[in-house]
Design a protein around this ligand. Structure first.
Ligand code: AQP
Length: 320
């Protein structure tokens, strides 16, 4: 079973959809689990009401995108279980192991008032994985060190106190397109980009999507060509078009002779790809009682899945 998370650090954007969520919905295994990592969105300054709203929105988007509701849960609905297991795992982890995480060093550098949770969040991530008994964790390069820590902690706990945890391993994610920021194609599209002019959000209105794509940075050439290193802006548009229409970026390039026509085609393809998801999401958000029911059921199932591991771990480590 594979466990994948998505963090509500901002509104879900096109890169999240084409790069991850659409693939999860289309190609994910029947046993795979997906969670909204809202506790992970608190390691730096955050707005509580904003976070709560984005968490509900993201839950609705995942379901609207076609992920089976019974495969989805919200991390904070397991806050008690995860809090307890994180403590157990922190008592299995050295300070040095946490402090050497590259992401911690990068994110903490130059920040004042660094939250302790920024240091310990890889242990919470280990708890996410070990509580569910996930064997495989699809992650990019930036998160593989954290999965390695989860492996180390699972092995250490099992050999020191008794066999409880499945030892997980990092696997290559099911990746779709890598989507770059439309206004600055040298960087990836991200939900938390301070300037959202180059970010298409899944719930953007069609007119706004069209405006953002029309304004996308390209280059001084006259016709589109797929050359990601030399021409990242137009290549990004071709990748997006390819991902939305099921063609290759090279085929998309061959089909368009001007940037204007390409941008119109990209805008139409993105709008039509996101339209049904946007409509279903808005319908789900308009029925908060139903969304709450789905959320509760997911949280209960996820807590039940991990219950025996948590109680065994607590008993073996000498608590309870
Ligand atoms: N631009 C992207 N292109 C393709 N895939 C992307 N993903 C994110 N951005 C792109 C994929 O979305 C999944 C969930 O992402 P995440 O929430 O775990 O974190 P992230 O990669 O850090 O996403 P963001 O949007 O860039 O968030 P912030 O701004 O908080 O850093 C992952 O599978 C990710 O690869």
């Amino acid at each position: 079973m594979r466990l994948s998370g998505i963090t509500p650090s901002g509104h879900t954007q096109l890169g999240n959809h084409l790069g991850a969520v659409a693939r999860w919905a289309a190609d994910g295994g029947a046993e795979d689990l997906y969670f909204i990592a809202d506790l992970h969105a608190m390691t730096t300054t955050h707005n509580p009401a904003g976070l709560r709203g984005r968490t509900s929105e993201m839950l609705a988007i995942l379901i609207a995108a076609g992920i089976a509701p019974e495969r989805v849960f919200v991390q904070s609905d397991l806050a008690r279980e995860l809090g307890a297991l994180t403590w157990v795992l922190e008592c299995t982890c050295s300070y040095g192991e946490a402090a050497r995480m590259i992401q911690f060093k990068e994110k903490a550098a130059g920040q004042s008032g660094v939250r302790l949770s920024l240091l310990t969040y890889p242990v919470l991530m280990a708890a996410d994985i070990l509580l569910q008994g996930a064997a495989e964790v699809p992650v990019g390069e930036d998160q593989s060190q954290h999965v390695e820590l989860a492996r180390v902690l699972a092995r250490r706990f099992n050999s020191t106190y008794g066999e409880v945890f499945t030892v997980p391993r990092a696997v290559l994610p099911l990746t779709g397109a890598r989507v770059r920021d439309l206004a600055d194609p040298t960087r990836k599209m991200s939900k938390s980009n301070r300037d959202s002019a180059g970010v298409v959000f899944v719930l953007d209105e069609p007119d706004l999507i069209r405006r953002k794509i029309r304004r996308a940075v390209t280059d001084a050439h006259s016709a589109p060509a797929y050359e990601p290193d030399e021409r990242p802006g137009v290549s990004n548009l071709l990748e997006i078009l390819g991902a939305c229409t099921g063609t290759t970026p090279q085929e998309a390039a061959a089909a368009h002779t001007s940037y204007g026509a390409l941008k119109e085609a990209v805008a139409n393809a993105v709008i039509e790809t996101l339209r049904p998801i946007r409509e279903r999401t808005l319908a789900l958000l308009a029925d908060p009682a139903e969304l709450e029911r789905v959320r509760k059921a997911g949280g209960t199932r996820a807590a039940e899945r991990g219950e025996h591991r948590l109680s065994s771990a607590l008993r073996l480590i000498g608590a309870g």
